[in-house]
Design a protein around this ligand. Structure first.
Ligand SMILES: Nc1nc2c(ncn2[C@@H]2O[C@H](COP(=O)(O)OP(=O)(O)OP(=O)(O)O)[C@@H](O)[C@H]2O)c(=O)[nH]1
Ligand SMILES: [Mg+2]
Length: 194
């Protein structure tokens, strides 16, 4: 059983949102900005929450005053580098990584997963849902201890979560509600939400 105090969450909010045409983090879903919604869920799962973004000021007003930002550089280096910068701050053995564009995320499902972290085999660097195209890297759990290897992969020029994950044992998370990981990338995705 992994307590909230034993888990850190990292939310990535530094993407281009080029397909959406406006910042996805600020899009209102039932009146609530998407990043605020994800932050609340993260907070319910993890005692410490980091938001990795170059735009702290843009999001300050929708997040609690004690929110911890990690200002990434350079701009648009991609999610893998944003994750590595966040992971460098993490003090707990496990970290929950979340994208900011998951409007159907359910806190109960994440907590259920978090409760199973003690059972993940020690060789696995992460535990993630899996689908036909590969891993779901932006909603799942990583061991803090994967950081040196991740940095080495990045230093060698690697930028792909899938490629990095395929080099290591990863344990499958049972995804009982596949709709939960619905990724809101385009105006059409947004229109089809309900
Ligand atoms: N911190 C950080 N987050 C990123 C970066 N690139 C993507 N993300 C985040 O990763 C998650 C998934 O991003 P994507 O859905 O692939 O897309 P995006 O880059 O925001 O948008 P597109 O330009 O439409 O691909 C979102 O939460 C993004 O904010 C980055 O360079 N830095
Ligand atoms: Mg996306």
């Amino acid at each position: 059983m992994t307590n909230r105090s034993e888990l850190t969450a990292i939310i990535l909010a530094g993407g281009k949102s080029s397909r959406m045409g406006e910042d996805k983090a600020l899009i209102l879903i039932q009146g609530v900005p998407l990043l605020q919604r994800i932050y609340k869920i993260a907070e319910d799962c993890a005692a410490t929450v980091y938001v990795v973004t170059p735009w702290e000021q843009r999001y300050q007003h929708i997040l609690p005053p004690n929110c911890q930002f990690i200002k990434e550089a350079p701009l648009f280096a991609g999610p893998l580098i944003g994750f590595a910068q966040g992971l460098a701050q993490v003090q707990t053995d496990w970290v929950l990584l979340l994208a900011c564009d998951l409007p159907k995320l359910r806190v109960e499902a994440l907590q259920e997963w978090a409760n199973q972290l003690d059972d993940v085999r020690t060789s696995a660097i992460a535990t993630l849902a899996h689908h036909i195209k590969g891993w779901e890297p932006l909603c799942g759990f990583y061991r803090r201890s994967c950081l040196p290897d991740l940095n080495e992969y990045i230093n060698q020029g690697g930028r792909s979560f899938q490629q990095w994950l395929n080099q290591h044992p990863v344990q499958v998370l049972p995804l009982t509600e596949p709709g939960m990981l619905f990724n809101c990338n385009t105006p059409d995705d947004l229109a089809n939400l309900n």
